[in-house]
Design a protein around this ligand. Structure first.
Ligand code: ZN
Length: 164
């Protein structure tokens, strides 16, 4: 059995052992202190402290294991975020897809519209421009007939020269 109760018992035993050793060590040191007071004249060197005054390895291992188990338990309790089943994420994804679709569609329509405008401009330009150019060069009824003749002669001469 390695349940939490068993771990508590393990820890308690280890802690009791550790405390017992510490008390023994303190008693030993006190005895040594009294001994040196009594025999002040004689030079008694203090006994080396007991080597095993650190926390027992077994106790440390139990603590480490308990901490590790606790971390594992907490990690397992945390529910992981699953975007495929999260409504907020799915909504956001749908929003982005819609935005992308609309942007693409708008660009396509704008390109189409521009193409149509260019074509209609090219088609209409010919007739309109020709008509405009014709009207611009046409003499008005109010113009002086002499001037009209002069203009006609002056515009025809270069063309005649060009053809030669
Ligand atoms: Zn989410």
């Amino acid at each position: 059995m390695t349940g939490p109760r068993c771990r508590q018992v393990d820890g308690a035993v280890a802690l009791r052992t550790y405390c017992k050793k510490r008390i023994q060590h303190i008693k030993q040191q006190r005895d040594l202190h009294e001994c040196t007071k009594e025999h002040r004249s004689t030079s008694i060197q203090p006994v080396e402290p007991i080597s095993d005054q650190s926390v027992p390895v077994r106790f440390m291992c139990t603590l480490r294991l308990n901490t590790f188990r606790e971390e594992m338990r907490r990690g397992a309790e945390q529910d992981f975020h699953e975007p495929s089943s999260c409504s907020a994420c799915l909504d956001k994804q749908a929003d982005l897809a819609m935005n992308f679709f609309l942007r693409k569609k708008r660009n396509q329509l704008q390109a189409q519209l521009l193409q149509e405008k260019v074509l209609s401009h090219l088609y209409s330009k010919d007739t309109v421009c020709l008509l405009g150019e014709m009207l611009k060069d046409m003499p008005k009824p109010s113009d002086d007939p002499c001037e009209i003749w002069q203009r006609l002669m002056s515009t025809e001469r270069p063309t005649l020269h060009d053809k030669k």
